[in-house]
Design a protein around this ligand. Structure first.
Ligand SMILES: Nc1ncnc2c1ncn2[C@@H]1O[C@H](COP(=O)(O)OP(=O)(O)OP(=O)(O)O)[C@@H](O)[C@H]1O
Ligand SMILES: O=C(O)c1ccc[n+]([C@@H]2O[C@H](COP(=O)([O-])O)[C@@H](O)[C@H]2O)c1
Length: 236
């Protein structure tokens, strides 16, 4: 499964897991793009950050792995190169390429589509907000599969972080923490409100990445400032 994974989210993981089960795949290789040339109109996070988030998100699943082929090759990422490299590494494997409905509809605009369609069988998966269709690909080159609908996108995750909204449960826990640690997706530093403190965990300065309190929903804190209700931070 190729993707920019900026960041990787549960929509990606559920799609991969579902396809692996339905097609009896031995392994799902997540391949973060190096330079996604069709996303050149926006800033993409550093490739190493996207790679590490993908490793963190997939580490607990023994059937999931992450490939660096698109990062290490350099230059714009083309699926023809991805599949050529994966084929060279796994000469005996039958290759499948998992893609969401949005990407599948664009596939004929990708470089050398005729050539890469011969290197793998394409699996198009449903995605909320998009119509799943065969993208006018030649018969037999693509299978269409319904997967549990998760209306999650990386764009929305980035916007939420930027606005100080939580991304817990949209992305794996370790990815939430990685985003926080590296300060990804924030154009302005997080505000730390002034005021009296009552000990190391009671400053009122709360990260918008903090977990919701057990049994409760966190108060909305879009500015990243003092929450409307006080609660103990959950130690990490
Ligand atoms: N929620 C989802 N359900 C099913 N497939 C998805 C979902 N989100 C992404 N995909 C598919 O995963 C692949 C990689 O997606 P990508 O990394 O571009 O994520 P994205 O959420 O579409 O990102 P962005 O919002 O930045 O465009 C694509 O084939 C895409 O169609
Ligand atoms: O080969 C191409 O020209 C091409 C153009 C756009 C996207 N792709 C691939 O499609 C996958 C999803 O890409 P994206 O940009 O939606 O994250 C990823 O593996 C990309 O390398 C490939």
């Amino acid at each position: 499964m190729g993707g920019t994974f900026d960041p990787i989210h549960h929509g990606h993981l559920v799609a991969a897991s579902e396809v692996a089960g339905l097609f009896g795949l031995d392994e799902v290789v997540f391949v973060p793009t190096g330079q996604p040339w069709q996303k050149s109109e926006r800033d993409v996070s550093p490739a190493e950050d996207r790679y590490l988030m993908t490793v963190i998100a997939t580490a607990s699943n023994p059937r999931f792995s992450v490939s660096r082929v698109d990062l290490d090759r350099g230059g714009p990422t083309y699926t023809i190169d991805t599949l050529t490299d994966l084929r060279a590494q796994r000469p005996d494997a039958e290759l499948f390429f998992i893609t969401g409905a949005d990407a599948l509809s664009q596939i004929l605009s990708w470089r050398d589509s005729e050539r890469f369609l011969a290197l793998a069988h394409f699996i198009g998966v449903t995605r909320p907000g998009y119509q799943l269709a065969d993208g006018h690909l030649p018969q037999g080159t693509v299978s269409l599969v319904e997967v549990p609908a998760l209306a999650i996108s990386s764009t929305d995750c980035r916007d939420r972080v930027e606005r100080g909204m939580p991304v817990w449960y949209l992305v794996p826990d370790g990815v939430v923490q990685y985003i926080e640690k590296r300060g990804l997706y924030r154009t302005t530093p997080r505000a730390r409100p002034a005021g009296p403190t009552r000990g190391p965990h009671a400053s009122g300065a709360r990260s918008t990445h903090d977990r919701p309190p057990p049994g409760g929903t966190p108060a909305a804190d879009p500015a990243g400032g003092t929450p409307a209700t006080d609660h103990q931070e959950v130690p990490r």
